[in-house]
Design a protein around this ligand. Structure first.
Ligand SMILES: Cc1cc2nc3c(=O)[nH]c(=O)nc-3n(C[C@H](O)[C@H](O)[C@H](O)COP(=O)(O)OP(=O)(O)OC[C@H]3O[C@@H](n4cnc5c(N)ncnc54)[C@H](O)[C@@H]3O)c2cc1C
Length: 472
């Protein structure tokens, strides 16, 4: 069926409110976060309810169209960007944006997939509670995308990945049936936990339409510090010390390299720097809690100890929310600064914490040898063994940028394989890392993934081209 005909059929079957064929709107929904990749689609579907999603999925199945589920498009693995414009539609959850219920008695909430993470956090905070998932894209990403990528973020070391926050799901399956498991039970061991299949599945098994989450008591005390250190090794030692000394009340520990301030200033020119930019490494440490513990005292005692042990060279503790925000802006501004340097290799790797420093040293040396003019920028949620080891190619280099990026990736992955690490600690596989993922998955893994996919999506219509390739 021609693209135009398919779009017309969809309009007839689903109505003009749900189906858009507006070229500008489609183009906006077919671009990745960085604007590096632009694609197209037959149509954009914007359902308003679970029933609408079910009707849309059935209609697409009837027409043999692939459905690409889409949240806030902040995913960095091209999972939500179609790759076959003649046979795929984008299904955006943006209109399913209601918090269905919120219970302070049960510490739970039921929320639709299209709710933006930041709005959800705000609504939860208004009820005196706390939803701990926190990431740089929280003003854009949506709950359905968070669940489908099993998002991590800055609070993982204390609260776990998204998977650990989910109590239940509502999912529209590829045949249009609805798996309604919006449980609010904390404990439920009745056999195989089916919801786990859809968390982190990147939309290849069905469309998440609503989620029930655990909530936490709101921390009424938060202390944020930016510390200057000598090295990544010292940062990891500092992290271990904090785990032991801070009563499990550490909620974030981010590593920043020497280039952090320069990049953050390039990203946010009027950023006021919280520390002299004269050190080899930095750690952003945050403690939070509620109740009788004095978080400020805990942090200052911990810092005294860390200084006695020679781990901390200098530091600043935020005295207000505005100062804490400013410290976080250094971390967030780094992403923007790197983007302004142009096309570069962005990675999201993990190795066991005990091997992280050795891995980063070896990987940076290998990239330096292969691409002498390139700059490595290593930073991130190192407490989780997770590092963004990004490579900014040399604009004056002998090779084109794309070639340099490809070479850097090959070199890095080679080192990573020796450490038995992951090519995707948080962002998922999507379309971007599919080949690298396939090359590293065992035959048993391939076989199981293929069987699960075919069992749930026998016609392979759900997010085709994402995560795995199977012959139809
Ligand atoms: C500045 C920045 C900082 C970031 N920081 C972090 C971080 O710290 N930790 C982290 O984990 N990630 C981070 N990310 C990546 C990204 O924000 C997360 O992966 C996020 O969870 C994606 O949500 P989204 O709504 O934007 O999903 P999208 O990008 O729209 O989609 C992502 C994937 O999920 C699928 N999908 C989306 N919605 C649904 C649904 N309802 N049902 C089924 N499938 C669906 C899509 O098909 C796609 O495969 C960051 C991104 C940026 C740009």
């Amino acid at each position: 069926m021609q693209k135009g005909e398919a779009a017309k059929e969809l309009c007839t079957m689903l109505g003009g409110d749900m189906v858009s064929t507006d070229a500008g709107l489609i183009a906006r929904h077919c671009q990745d976060w960085h604007g590096d990749i632009t694609s197209s689609a037959i149509a954009l579907l914007r359902p308003r309810s679970t029933e609408d999603v079910s009707r849309a999925v059935r209609a697409c199945a009837k027409l043999g169209l692939g459905v690409v589920p889409q949240g806030g498009r902040s995913g960095l693995a091209l999972g939500a960007v179609p790759d076959a414009p003649e046979s795929q539609v984008v299904l955006s959850l943006e209109r399913m944006d209601r918090v269905r219920s919120l219970s302070a008695q049960d510490f739970t909430a039921v929320v639709e997939a299209g709710v933006v993470l930041e709005s959800f956090k705000e609504e939860v905070a208004e009820a005196g509670l706390y939803f701990p998932l926190a990431l740089g894209a929280q003003g854009t990403c949506q709950i359905g995308g968070n669940v489908s990528t099993n998002a991590g973020g800055v609070n993982v070391l204390r609260y776990g990945m998204t998977r650990e926050l989910v109590l239940g799901l509502e999912v529209v399956l590829p045949d249009g049936r609805v798996l309604d498991r919006l449980s609010r039970l904390r404990k439920d061991n009745r056999g195989i936990d089916l919801k786990q299949l859809f968390i982190g599945a990147e939309g290849v098994l069905g469309i998440v339409t609503a989620v029930s989450f655990k909530l936490m008591p709101a921390p009424d005390q938060v202390s944020t510090a930016l510390l200057a250190l000598d090295s990544l090794e010292d940062a990891i030692e500092l992290y271990r010390l904090a785990r032991r000394q801070c009563c499990d009340l550490m909620s974030a520990f981010e590593f920043l390299p020497a280039e952090a301030f320069t990049l953050a200033r390039e990203g946010i020119p009027d950023l006021s720097l919280p520390l002299e930019p004269a050190h080899r490494a930095y750690a952003l440490v945050e403690l939070s809690g509620s109740g009788l513990v004095d978080i400020e005292v805990l942090l200052s005692q911990f810092l005294e100890l860390a200084m006695e042990e020679g781990l901390v060279r200098d530091g600043v503790v935020a005295q207000s929310e505005a100062q804490a925000r400013n410290i976080w802006l250094v971390r967030e501004g780094m992403n923007e600064g790197q983007a302004r340097r142009g096309k570069h290799l962005r990675t999201d790797l993990s190795v066991p914490l005990s091997e992280l420093a050795a891995f980063v040293a070896e990987a940076e040396a290998a990239v330096g040898e292969a691409l002498p003019g390139a700059v490595c920028v290593s930073y991130g949620h190192v407490g989780d063994g997770n590092v963004h080891l990004n490579v900014l190619p040399d604009p004056e280099g002998m090779e084109a940028l794309d070639q340099q990026i490809f070479r850097a990736k090959t070199v890095l992955n080679g080192v990573l394989d020796r450490y038995d690490g992951s090519i995707s600690a948080e962002h998922g596989v999507g379309r971007l890392k599919k080949a690298d993922f396939a090359a590293r998955a065992s035959s048993v893994q391939h076989d199981l993934l293929g069987r699960i996919k075919r069992a749930i999506d026998p016609n392979l219509t759900m997010n085709p081209g994402c995560l795995i390739d199977l012959e139809s």
